[in-house]
Structures are given as C-alpha cells and as structure tokens.
Design a protein around this ligand. Structure first.
Ligand SMILES: *Cc1c(COP(=O)(O)O)cnc(C)c1O
Length: 391
C-alpha cells in the first residue's frame, strides 16, 4: 500500500472519471521542458510504450503500443478508422454514452455498422453477440466498452470475446476507464486492439491516449485510415523508425505519465491499483446506502471505477444545489447520464482512498441535512428500472 496524497492549495478532490486527482509528484514532473526530437524525450516515449505493453502479461510480445495525441475519443476514432477496413462492418455493443459515441464515430467515418443498444445500463451478453454475428456474416469486427463510464457498469468482456472469436470475428475494446485497474490479459480475453488514455486509471494528466494492438493488425492497417493525424499505422511505423511522434507530442503530459507509471508500479501494478479502487467503491457504496441512497446497479455489475446513485425522490432535492454543497466541502461530483431517471455519479479513481471516501459520505449527509432532506430514497420508478437488471 502506498499513501495517497491530499490535493494541495485547497484544491477539491475530483470524484470524476478523468481528469482526476493526481499526485503532487505527477504534477511536479511537468515543471520542465523537453525537446520533442531530443534523445531524452525519445527514451521517455520508449519507456512509456514498454511499460504499458508489460501490463498485458504473457503474450505481450505479439502486441505493440502506439500513443496518439488528443483525448481518449481521438484514440477510439484512431482505432476504429485504422483497424476496420473500409469494406468492414462493425457490431457496436452499446449500453451508454461511450458505446453510442463509438457508433457515431463509425457513422462519421462512413464505415458499415450495426448497434446492439441495451439502453442505459443493461450488459450486452455473449448469447446476443453470438446471435447477431451468426445472422450477419458481413460483420467483421465487434467493439465493446470495457467499463461503460456513463453508468459505471463493468461489461462481461470475457463472454463477449469468446462469442466473437467462436464466430470467427475480431474484437476491439474501449478500455479507457478500466485499463490499469482492471486486468485485460490477452491470455484470458482475446482481442485485436484496445485503447485507453493518460488521465484515467494510470492517474496521469490529459493530453494523449494509446492504442495497444497486435502487430499483425498494425501491419494490416496500412491504408485503412482516411485521416492523417489519426492513422495508427503511420504513427507506429514512424515511431519505430525514428523514436518520435509524427507531430508535436504532449511532452509535459508524457513526463507526468511516466511518474504516474512509476507510482502505479509501486502500488502493485494493475492488481494493487484495482484493490484500492475496489475498497474506495465498497466504502462509498456501503456508506451511501447507510444514509439512504441507492445504487443504479446491483453489486454484481458495479465497477470499481465509478458508481451511479439515484437522486432522492424528495422534491427538495436539486442536483445543482447538492453539487455546490459537496464542492463547498471539497468534493467535485459528476452529473448522471441516465435518460429515464435522475442520477449522479461518484468516481472511485484517482488519488483517493478509504479515508477520503468516508469523508465523501459525511459530506453527502451534511449536504442532505442542509437541503432539509430527511430521506434519500429514490422514486419508485427508479427501483422499477433497476429490477429489470435482475430479470
Ligand atoms: C473517458 C472515456 C472515453 C474518452 O473520453 P474523452 O473525453 O475523449 O477523453 C472513451 N470511452 C470511455 C469508456 C471513457 O470512460
């Protein structure tokens, strides 16, 4: 266990899925400038790629890591446009905003796709994938969201992968909010490519994402992408040849990320990071339930990344007021993204630990008290919605 650091200078804790609360050492790593061409920075890029690849465990040799400038969405778009051939067709497994964004991205790219839309939070299941692939031989790829950050659900990637490959198709994974805290081992879950970004579970600052893909897929990606800046094959070959990014790299964000990787390793890597986040979630969920809040998801589907709570039914509850009261106590929470009932989210990732999460619960109770709300129970409709999950 390593100690987490309280934000300095009176900054609030960010209980959000990235950007998130980073350690002081990560912020401090940005206090100098690097030349993008210089060998010092090329060595930093190499070290970062190697350390990310090592998280795949055995079988990592078959993969390579290609960092891409921009936010996570840029990396998702780079993956889809580079690995799906122009005559390919994608099955998008959607149960929230990020799945729908993948579909929207494919629409922009002019790629063929079909969506399995499970609504706000129901998980796409292996049998559904099997059925859709069997019915449509034109589908070449499946894209799945590892943790759908809009509800916090941890999707059943293993059964999705098994179903995809049993039908002879290829899996692409948006592991943006999971990678680094939830294992994604090719020895256990087969996939061709995945993406994540600097400012999620590795706890770096925003500025770039990274694609981890099989070398065979990287080779085959040549000529697929119609965008110069998002062409993963071009970035990969250039980086391998010169050690450099093709265009201005986010040098300070890379320096911060290397420090974040060092801390990640010291914490026990993916397992250690995942353990701390799981404790954060458990303390948060137990505490919030004890003061009357209800989670959207049953325990089985709760990720250690972010938790969705229903807003109380009490007409005196107003999210924006609750938000301000929480902020005044040092905690930035996140609005909900459900279409049917009102909700809010609390992230468990970043420099947070059990002690911080206990204080979050105290702050929530004080905020309710200040709003004059005696009962945090959600409306009956919310619980009816949730019952669908158990069905
Ligand atoms: C954060 C996130 C993204 C990327 O979002 P950006 O705002 O572009 O960084 C994509 N997918 C998931 C599941 C995410 O959590």
């Amino acid at each position: 266990m390593i100690a987490i650091e309280a934000p300095r200078l009176g900054e609030p804790y960010l209980l959000t899925p990235g950007p998130l609360t980073t350690s002081y050492a990560v912020k401090q790593a940005m206090l100098r400038d690097w030349g993008s061409w210089d060998e010092d920075f090329r060595a930093m890029t190499r070290a970062m790629r190697d350390q990310l690849l090592a998280m795949l465990g055995s079988g990592a040799d078959a993969f390579d890591c290609v960092p891409m400038q921009g936010s996570g969405t840029f990396a998702v778009e780079a993956m889809l446009s580079s690995f799906v051939p122009r005559d390919g067709k994608v099955l998008v497994l959607a149960n929230g905003a990020y799945g729908l964004r993948a579909a929207q991205t494919l629409a922009y790219l002019g790629r063929h796709f079909v969506v399995l839309d499970k609504g706000d939070y129901l998980p796409p299941r292996g049998e559904e994938v099997t059925r859709m692939l069997a019915d449509d031989p034109a589908i070449s790829h499946v894209i799945a969201i590892h943790c759908e950050t809009s509800s916090g659900i941890l999707n059943p990637l293993q059964e999705i992968s098994a179903a995809t490959y049993a039908q002879g198709r290829k899996l692409l994974v948006d592991s943006m909010s999971a990678f680094g805290a939830i294992p994604l081992l090719p020895s256990e879950i087969r996939f061709e490519a995945m993406v994540s970004s600097a400012n999620k579970c590795i706890e770096g600052v925003p500025g770039f994402g990274f694609v981890i893909a099989r070398k065979a897929e990287l080779e085959a990606a040549k000529g697929n992408c119609a965008s110069i800046s998002l062409d993963v094959h071009a970035q990969w070959t250039h980086m391998d040849k010169t050690g450099q990014w093709r265009f201005t790299p986010p040098t300070h964000a890379v320096a911060a990320f290397l420090e974040a990787l060092r801390i990640h390793k010291a914490e026990g890597g993916v397992a250690g990071r995942g353990r701390r986040y799981a404790v954060n979630r458990d303390v948060l969920v137990d505490g919030m339930r004890a003061i009357g809040f209800e989670t959207l998801l049953a325990d089985r589907w709760l990720s250690p990344i972010i938790v969705t709570f229903f807003c109380p039914a009490d007409p005196g509850f107003e999210f924006s007021r609750f938000y301000d009261l929480m902020k005044a106590r040092g905690f930035i929470i996140y609005p909900g993204k459900l279409t049917v009932v009102d909700s809010f989210r609390v992230g468990c990732i970043g420099q947070l630990d059990a002690e911080v999460m206990r204080r979050v619960v105290v702050a929530a109770q004080e905020s309710l008290d200040e709003m004059g709300i005696a009962d945090a129970a959600p409306p009956a409709k919310a619980l009816e919605e949730r019952a669908k999950l158990a069905a």
